[in-house]
Write a protein that binds this ligand. Sequence first.
Ligand SMILES: Cc1cc2nc3c(=O)[nH]c(=O)nc-3n(C[C@H](O)[C@H](O)[C@H](O)COP(=O)(O)O)c2cc1C
Length: 392
Amino acid sequence: MTESALFTPITLRGVTLKNRIVAAPMWQYCGVDGFPTDWHLMNLGRFAAGGAGLVFQEGTTVERRGCGTVGDLGLWDDRFVAPLRRIVDFLKSCGAVPGIQLMHAGRKARQRFPWDGRGALPRSAEIADWDDWDVVAPSAIPQGEGYPMPRAMTREDIDRCVAAWGSAASRADQAGYEVLELHAAHGYLIHEFLSPASNRRTDGYGGSFENRIRFAVEVVERVRAAWPDHKPLFLRISAMDEGGWAVEDSVTLARILKPLGVDCFDCSSGGISGASPIETGISLTYGYQVGFAERVRREASLPTMAVGLIIHADQAEDILRDGQADLVAIARELLHNPNWPIDAAQKLGIDPAFALAPVQHGHFLHRRALSGFTGSLSTWTTGMSTGGMSAG
Ligand SMILES: Cc1cc2nc3c(=O)[nH]c(=O)nc-3n(C[C@H](O)[C@H](O)[C@H](O)COP(=O)(O)O)c2cc1C
C-alpha cells in the first residue's frame, strides 16, 4: 500500500480524524424555524458515507437574530439539541467525526436565498417573529445597496451575544459534535468586528487592531470555557479581505488565539463587501486560498485547513505533502461527488479493497475491481478491453 498524506490520520486534542479530508460547512437554506430536516441528515450523511474524515454541519446560528435567511439552522435554544443529535449519531455510525460551524450573520441577516438574488428579505406576515429578527452589526453600515441597515450593537447587545456563543457551544457539545468551528469570515458578525470596513466603533470594540479583535477574543474565551478541553476548536477566517484586513493581521490573530485554545485556522478570504467570496469570484484559480493557510501555518505555528477550489486528489495530496496545510476542506466538489474521498483513495492507489466505503458498498466494489472493472477510474473503451464478469 502506497503512503498518502491525505489518508494519514491526524489527532487534534483528544479527537482523531481517519483522514485529512473535511466536508466544508455548506448552508442548505432549508431548516424549518431553525430545526434540521431529513434533507440535512441525508446531505451530511452522504459526505460521511463518502469517506470524509470530518464533516462540518453548515453555519448554525447562535442567536435568532443572527439568521442569514429563513432556512438557517439554529442552536439558540435547548430544543434544537435532540434533532441535531440524530444527525451526529448517524455521522459517527459512518466513521466520520461530526463537526459544527457556529455563526451569527450580523448585518448579513434577513436576506433572500442565493438563488433569489440575496439582498434584503421583504417583511412577511408568515414570519411571526419578524420583530425579533433584528439586524445588528458593530456599526450602522449596510453590507451594500439593497441590504438592510443594521443597528449598531450596544454594549449590552455585545455581552448578550458573546454569552449566546458560549451557550450554543455547550449545546453543540450536548448534541455530540466533536469539532467546533467559529465562523469569523465572509463578512458575518465576527468578521464585521475585525474588518475596518465594517467596524467604525469608537469604544473598546473598534478603532485599533486590539479593539477590533476584542469581540473575537471574547467569543473564543467564552466558547472555550463551554467546549470540552478534549474537543478541538477551529476558527474560519477571511485571511484577507477587500476592506483593509491583511494576511499579517490573520497571522497576528492566530498567534493571539492559539494560547486561548484555538487549534486550527480554516483559511478562507473576502466577503466583507460582497455576498460571498465564491460569488464575488476573488480569483478563480485552483487552490486560490492555499497560500493563506500556508502562511498562517508557518508564521503562527498553528495547524491550518486549506479551502477553495481544491478539486483533484493529487492536488489535495500535494498541498499536504508540501506542508501548506494540515487539512483540506472540500465544498462544491463534494456536492458534485459526495464519494470524493473514496474516489481519491482509488486514484491515489491506497485503498484496493475499498475499505473506506461502507461495507454495504465496498464489498461489491472490491469484487468488481478484482474482476478487472475499475469504474470511474477508466473510460468505457478501456473498460471494454479489460476484465471479465464474475457471478454473484
Ligand atoms: C452551497 C454552499 C454553502 C456554503 N455555506 C457555507 C457555510 O455555511 N459556512 C461557511 O463558512 N462557508 C460556506 N460556504 C463556503 C464553502 O465552505 C467553501 O469555503 C467555498 O465553497 C470554497 O470551497 P470550494 O471551492 O471547495 O467550493 C458555502 C459554499 C457553498 C457552495
